[in-house]
Design a protein around this ligand. Structure first.
Ligand SMILES: NC(=O)c1ccc[n+]([C@@H]2O[C@H](COP(=O)([O-])OP(=O)(O)OC[C@H]3O[C@@H](n4cnc5c(N)ncnc54)[C@H](O)[C@@H]3O)[C@@H](O)[C@H]2O)c1
Length: 111
């Protein structure tokens, strides 16, 4: 299966690496160009036990790819996971979903 994971933080990067390790082709997308540069240079910007090895293995196999290009990643995928942050809102302490809606809007414009 071809999968797009938007947001390469704790949830997105771990999920993407695990999906790739299960044999899927995974595009991990982030708007943070520095994060994508690090990942494309074999450097995992967060610490999770075993993650560096899992990312390396699947990146080298070609099943795990990193990009800032949401459009291309979506076009190449059957399923899209939105894994961007949902920080606590300053107004009422609920989850601020603006980053999720932002990505959803971009996806909706492609269909
Ligand atoms: N971290 C946890 O342990 C945990 C546990 C349960 C649930 N969650 C939930 O999972 C979600 C993701 O959490 P996280 O900890 O991985 O967040 P994170 O802040 O570590 O990562 C979010 C990533 O999304 C990227 N991003 C934001 N907007 C983007 C956009 N428009 N396009 C592409 N990339 C974009 C950011 O640059 C960042 O790298 C949140 O809703 C969080 O509440 C997290």
């Amino acid at each position: 299966m071809k999968i797009c994971v938007v947001g390469t933080g704790y949830v997105g990067l771990v999920s993407g690496a695990c999906f790739a390790d299960l044999g899927n082709l995974v595009w991990c997308v982030d708007k943070d160009i520095n994060k994508i540069k690090l990942l494309n240079n074999n450097k995992v910007p967060i610490f999770e036990p075993g993650l560096q090895e899992l990312v390396n293995k699947n990146y080298l196999s070609g099943r795990l790819k990193f990009t800032t290009n949401l459009t291309d990643a979506i076009k190449a995928s059957d399923i899209i996971f939105i894994c961007v942050g949902t920080p606590t809102s300053k107004k009422n302490r609920s989850a601020d979903l603006k980053y999720v809606f932002n990505v959803a809007k971009k996806i909706s414009k492609m269909y």
